[in-house]
Design a protein around this ligand. Structure first.
Ligand code: UDP
Ligand code: MG
Length: 307
């Protein structure tokens, strides 16, 4: 029988961990599975709740980080520790309904990946949904890979897919993009948004905003061309203006005028230059963090035998 590894990143989820395990167990009655909880530096009782489960059930594994490294790092650690022929990635807050698991598993074979997407964004602030939609549009236009709107990380993958993802060892991990980048046949299952069972989302508006910038920087270099584009446009305008002013001064002479327009032009160009340097800086920052080659996570304790 095939083994299913379920990778579950947890950050301050003391109320969800036990409910999660019992829900999954209920659904996977005739399936050989292990759950790998990755405690991402929680400051509450998450780790002791996980350890409690691990004492009770032999198929509960855990990895505990030395601090909060973020969900992306937790996913990587979990995937790396997984040994299953099939691997599932799931949130612990039950926003990813375990009831879909049997269907997802049954579709594997015909497909290499069975992924899920939310078709509604019920219970989410309107403004957040709006920006999310804008992000997907923009991202798909400027990058070579296509993200699916509403796609969750919740998915079942074959060993082959997981091994491909693990080969992408970059430090700045935008999982949504990485999952898409490796390719393979994907089947999308749809479901309605479900609100989390306990606790609160750790994503604020700004953290989502900077996450989307991360995604764009990680998967396209198009923003770098923006300065070239503006540079060309303004060079042409400046050249035409130069001819115009030269002719006007020579033939019609001209007392001091145009102070306002001059200031506007200086401010506009200054703005565009700073903006371009900012974009350049963002890419430089990413290159800098990559080149330092620091580990993606640090494990403090685990019950998984490394050998
Ligand atoms: N998570 C994590 N590290 C973090 C933030 C979140 O491991 O720094 C986990 C969290 O415990 C949950 C999953 O990632 O299992 C998704 O987080 P959340 O529910 O806050 O995100 P949302 O569902 O709102 O996108
Ligand atoms: Mg959630």
């Amino acid at each position: 029988m095939e083994l299913l590894s379920i990778v579950v990143p947890c950050f301050n989820e003391e109320d969800s961990v036990e409910i999660f395990y019992s829900e999954v167990k209920k659904v996977l009655t005739d399936c050989d599975f292990e759950v790998i909880f990755v405690n991402d530096g929680s400051s509450d009782d998450t780790l002791s709740k996980i350890k409690g489960l691990a004492c009770e059930f032999s198929n509960v594994k855990y990895i505990s980080f030395s601090r909060n490294f973020g969900k992306e790092s937790a996913l990587y650690a979990g995937l790396k520790a997984s040994v299953g022929d099939l691997v599932c990635v799931m949130d612990v807050d039950l926003q990813d309904p375990p009831s879909m698991l049997p269907e997802m598993i049954s579709e594997i074979g015909e497909y290499d990946i069975v992924a899920t997407r939310r078709v509604t964004r019920k219970g989410e602030p309107v403004i957040k949904s709006f920006f999310a939609r804008m992000f997907y549009k923009l991202f798909n236009r400027v990058s070579k890979i296509d993200l699916v709107d509403g796609a969750r990380d919740y998915r079942v993958m074959t060993r082959q897919v997981v091994d491909a993802i693990l080969e992408l060892e970059e430090y700045n991990r935008f999982s949504k993009g990485l999952f898409q980048w490796v390719g393979f046949n994907t089947k999308w299952l749809e479901y309605e948004n479900i609100e989390r069972v306990a606790g609160e989302t750790s994503w604020s508006f700004w953290s989502l905003f900077s996450y989307s910038i991360e995604g764009i920087v990680a998967f396209t270099a198009v923003p770098l061309s923006i300065s070239t584009f503006f540079g060309m446009i303004f060079s042409i305008i400046a050249f035409l203006l130069l001819i115009f002013i030269a002719i006007r001064t020579l033939f019609f002479s001209n007392p001091v005028a145009g102070w306002t327009s001059l200031v506007c032009v200086i401010l506009l160009l200054g703005g565009i230059q700073l903006f371009s340097i900012g974009i350049l800086g963002k890419y430089l920052e990413k290159t800098y963090t990559e080149i330092k080659n620091r580990p993606i996570y640090i494990i403090k304790e685990t019950n998984i035998d490394e050998t």
